[in-house]
Design a protein around this ligand. Structure first.
Ligand SMILES: [Fe+2]
Length: 375
């Protein structure tokens, strides 16, 4: 049965998105502790900052600040520096920083979580831990940066309404220009707990759920979460999370101007010898035109353009999880995108996840996940 009354249900009558069944997860908390307004920043540790800076420039970031032990990157749009890379022994993802509306919200979250509030940049921050064990920082007062110059979106001659007469189309053949951080995707063995935590603690709401076809009764196994700014439209997802045997970072995505920026930016990366993971294509959940790459530390990063923007009126869409359901068009999804060939690390993660009875991983979910990723 389709979802109950929704003010504006964009999911009905589309090819793969339907609403919830009666009694399924509502996709938002009744009374969240706070409502964060954006994903402000991601932090990583990398071993070689010179190499990280070369990749960052080829990917299309601007360097805000370079110190011996820290590289700070930004996009062209005004706002906080969106990426901080610390120098360290092992490359890893540190965690996300979300933006709170006020210092009052930071303090309220700190009281709820039993954590301390500390001064941070132009304001205050609290660091909390999600049910997967990931440190999550929430800040009011991330230092804003002024806009940088960027190229305008191309004027396109489409259909019967041409926008460009007596002028040639000449997009630059160069690195893309990253405009801003869009989203981060995480894998977790405790999907249900982590989902409910992000809805309750940070006030995120669900745009789309995916479920395992044979195990729908066990609830969703992937969620695309957006910020709740009421009637203000926001990205379809700033955080996406899926069930799996590993815990941690999957990829992060950065907005560029348009399709030409995605495609020409990809050619630039390929010419520098970097490895494409999957693309160019257009996603279903979020509709972004995407192109995925591996950085020199094998971390996955995405260029995207033309993503969906939703206000708070849309109910979650529900669709079965499948490899073929990740894109409307584009090349077949690569094995690399789906996690690569199973190696010793993967086997160890599987055994560890199976041995922990307090998480959502068991033989049935692993079998159904493997089936979904082959479908
Ligand atoms: Fe993505």
């Amino acid at each position: 049965m389709p979802a109950g009354p929704g003010p504006a249900d964009v999911h009905s009558a589309l090819h793969s998105e339907r609403g919830a069944l009666r009694g399924e997860h509502p996709g938002r908390a009744r009374n969240p502790v706070i409502k964060v307004s954006a994903l402000g920043r991601l932090e990583f540790v990398k071993t070689d900052l010179d190499r990280a800076e070369r990749f960052a420039r080829d990917f299309g970031f601007a360097v805000h600040e370079r110190r011996p032990d820290r590289l700070t990157l930004r996009g062209t749009w005004p706002g906080p520096a969106c990426l901080v890379i610390h120098r360290g022994r092992n490359a890893r993802f540190v965690g996300p920083t979300f933006v709170a509306d006020s210092v009052g919200d930071v303090r309220r979250l700190a009281r709820w979580a039993g954590a301390n509030v500390l001064p941070y940049e132009d304001g205050e921050a609290v660091q909390v831990t999600d049910p997967s064990g990931l440190p999550v920082r929430v800040v009011a007062g991330l230092a804003p940066l002024a806009a940088l110059p960027e190229r305008d979106p191309l004027l396109l001659n489409t259909g019967a309404k041409p926008a460009r007469i007596n002028a040639a189309q000449r997009p630059p053949r160069s690195a893309a220009e990253v405009q801003r951080l869009g989203h981060v995707v995480l894998e977790t063995t405790r999907f249900r707990q982590a989902l409910d935590w992000y809805l309750q603690a940070l006030g995120l709401i669900v745009s789309d759920f995916l479920y395992l076809d044979e195990l729908r009764g066990r609830g969703p196994t992937m969620a695309f979460l957006r910020c709740d700014l009421g009637s203000v439209p926001v990205d379809h997802h700033t955080l996406a999370m899926h069930l799996g045997p590993r815990v941690g970072y999957v990829h992060s995505a950065y907005q560029v101007t348009d399709l030409d920026a995605v495609a020409a930016g990809g050619e630039h990366l390929a010419a520098q010898g970097y490895r494409r993971v999957w693309g160019v294509g257009r996603h279903i959940q979020g509709s972004q035109i995407f192109d995925y790459w591996r950085d020199p530390d094998r971390m996955m990063v995405e260029h995207y353009a033309d993503g969906d923007l939703f206000d708070d009126s849309l109910e979650p869409g529900w669709a079965p999880m499948s490899a073929g359901g990740l894109a409307q068009w584009g090349p077949p999804v690569s094995r690399d995108f789906l996690g690569g060939r199973p190696g010793p690390g993967m086997v160890a993660a599987l055994l560890k996840a199976l041995g922990d009875k307090s998480n959502d991983i068991d033989k049935d979910t692993l079998h159904a996940l493997a089936k979904a990723m082959a479908a």
